[in-house]
Design a protein around this ligand. Sequence first.
Ligand SMILES: *Cc1c(COP(=O)(O)O)cnc(C)c1O
Length: 389
Amino acid sequence: MTDAVEPLRILMGPGPSNCHPSVLQAMARPLLGHLDPDFLAIMDETQDLLRDVMKTANRLTFPVSGTGSAGMETCLCNLVEPGDPVLVCINGVFGTRMADIVERLDGKLHTIEAEWGKPFEPEQVREAVARTAPRVVAIVHAETSTGVLQPLQEISRIVHEADSLLLVDAVTSLGGCPVETDRWAIDALYSGTQKCLSCPPGLAPISLSPRALQTLEGRATKVRSWYLDMDMVKNYWGSQRSYHHTAPISMIYALNQALKVIVEEGLERRFKRHRLNHTALVAGLEAMGLSMLVDEEYRLPMLNAVCIPHGVDDAKVRRALLTEDNIEIGGGLGPLAGRIWRIGLMGHSSTRENVMLLLNGLERILKAEGAEIPTGGTEAAEEVYEDAS
Ligand SMILES: *Cc1c(COP(=O)(O)O)cnc(C)c1O
């Protein structure tokens, strides 16, 4: 590395988010062996912390080695056997990715779709479940590509009445809004470390219910992935502690510390903070004449999809924010490319200071671009904070 000073980027995109300094420090701790009793104690503690944050008593709760997509692949490949009917709900990039994985597993793929930017209605799921009798229903809780929060309780009831398993992507929601694994009867939940858990990317916390474990143990065929076969990996994270693959020690230090930061803040306070910063950001953006993609009721607090005003150069604005203000935001994906910006307020990045920096920077840059922007964006956001204090 050169001795040039690394810029301290303000990460307000769809992930990674900024980390608490103590999380980065944890990664610099000396290594322990992956079967060292001191390390096993850190694993136990990490599992307990994960159960707290995921709101579950599931024994099978631990971080998979890999990013969020590895968590997705783990849940699907352990629960789906060739020929099994699987219903995947697609309203964005990550539902599309789940469908791709099901095909690679030779599952019998059924899909339902909702418009990108809209959630699924329970009735649509009910009809599809009745028609396809799936073994697994897979759905995304927080669609990071569109900013939609998917209500799950009614859908969970429908899935369980049909005796199917509910598989949920909580990569972006975990740590930023309520995720009630047990109360919502989620059978397979996966997340990722670099969104609202505010840890570097590299682990995928998962949780499998006793029903999911039964399904896994009752398989007629081997899991299609050796690395992600939870029937083996669970013996390292369980009491046997038998070697499967070397745990990514430093990442587990980091996750352990990130979860401690979360528990110390308290989940309720953390969700409230995410909600407040989101409300202030939206008030500011709307005062500037910008509009949100998603209806208010279904907006994610940690990922704000903003429609790009007509005639404004998407890439140019994002580049200016990065080079002039040190702020990263995301562009749109798929059909939303060039149509939206994705402004993340995830975990440690969700602060009043960041909201104000973003609104100031965006107003200045849009004006320089010649867009007609009414003033009052930052004032509208300030007002939300004043009202809340
Ligand atoms: C980021 C994300 C993923 C994929 O996680 P990676 O860490 O990029 O592999 C999956 N689902 C959702 C909803 C995400 O936001």
